[in-house]
Design a protein around this ligand. Structure first.
Ligand code: NAD
Length: 293
């Protein structure tokens, strides 16, 4: 959205982001961290839990190995990227040191608002304040943010390095300079910026994707067909590399669960929780979901 507020401010426009705070070191946060570190940014991962940070550290090391072993990346460069990442449970100090904060805490409005209330109060007066949510629009969080004119969404798709879009969406109070700075940051991180012109639940990606994924899950839940056959139909007929059940496994059952709740599909959400989440089948990251890996 081309935000109405704020005229051009050259000083702000030319400020580039060097130090990033990534809040929430889960599936999404770990990938955003690796993408940013690989593109030269210094990243501090903040997570409320030591276990979250430990998992993130392991994921970063696994991405380093993946890039070296399977993607032909230079080992020394990937080690340098790893060395640009630090980890903390101290919200205020990491927020105060960041040029931009990118938040990936769980898809729960209360958790996100709680984070932003504290983080925006601690941030510098120039810091970009970027939320990342699969279904919440920034105006749902903006009222608790200390500087709403610097607050907007930067939304990714996983895996971030292959599905490298960055959907940029402001709310009515987002200043246009900060919107533009976010577009620049997305480019700096090796993403293709997608300018969303107005608030829209699901952005572009999830407005297309969520009905598709829910339809796939519903076919499994109702015993219509098996995940492998459902995926096969989509792969063959749509000339795609993966089908809906594979996609849910990649995104993670937790994210699918929260999204199903947000779009009012409570029965689907409860079924995912009962059949997969409660059994530790969280998707690719835990080695099992609809499929065993
Ligand atoms: N997974 C995806 O494909 C995807 C894509 C786009 C956007 N997102 C969005 O990213 C966000 C995170 O999703 P995810 O899949 O990474 O979830 P996840 O459950 O894998 O990770 C969440 C992380 O947040 C930490 N956490 C929990 N409470 C916290 C708090 N109060 N403060 C700070 N950290 C806290 C957890 O320890 C965990 O490390 C969600 O809003 C989701 O909608 C996810």
């Amino acid at each position: 959205m081309a935000a109405p507020n704020g005229g051009p401010d050259r000083e702000v426009q030319t400020m580039t982001v060097q130090r990033l705070m990534v809040a929430g070191g889960g599936m999404m946060g770990s990938q955003v961290t690796w993408q940013a570190a690989r593109h030269g940014l210094e990243v501090t991962v903040y997570d409320a839990f030591d276990a979250g940070l430990a998992r993130c550290r392991e994921l970063e090391e696994s991405y380093r190995d993946l890039f070296v072993a399977e993607r032909g990346a230079d080992a020394a460069e990937m080690d340098a990227a790893l060395a640009r990442i630090s980890y903390t449970t101290d919200l205020e100090s990491s927020a105060a040191a960041a040029d931009a904060i990118i938040e990936q805490v769980p898809e729960d409005l209360g958790i996100k608002q709680g984070f932003w209330e504290r983080a925006s109060a601690a941030a510098t007066p120039e810091a970009l304040l970027l939320c990342n949510s699969s279904s919440l629009v920034p105006s749902a969080i903006a009222p608790v943010v200390a500087a709403p004119e610097r607050f907007l969404s930067l939304h990714y798709c996983v895996p971030v390095w292959d599905a490298n879009i960055g959907e940029v969406m402001g709310h009515e109070g987002t200043a246009s300079d900060h919107y533009d700075r976010t577009v620049t940051l997305a480019e700096q991180m090796g993403l293709v910026p997608i300018k969303i012109r107005r608030e829209w639940p699901g952005y572009v990606l999830n407005a297309l994707l969520i009905p598709f994924l829910v339809a796939g899950v519903e076919l499994v839940r109702n015993g219509v067909s098996d995940p492998a056959d459902i995926d096969q139909v989509w792969r063959i007929c749509n000339r795609s590399e993966i089908g809906p059940c594979q996609m849910v496994d990649m995104t993670g059952m937790n994210a699918a669960y929260h999204v199903a709740i947000t779009v009012g599909q409570t029965e689907v959400a409860e079924w995912l929780k009962r059949e997969y989440i409660d059994k530790g089948r969280m998707g690719v990251e835990t080695g099992a979901g609809f499929y065993d890996y």
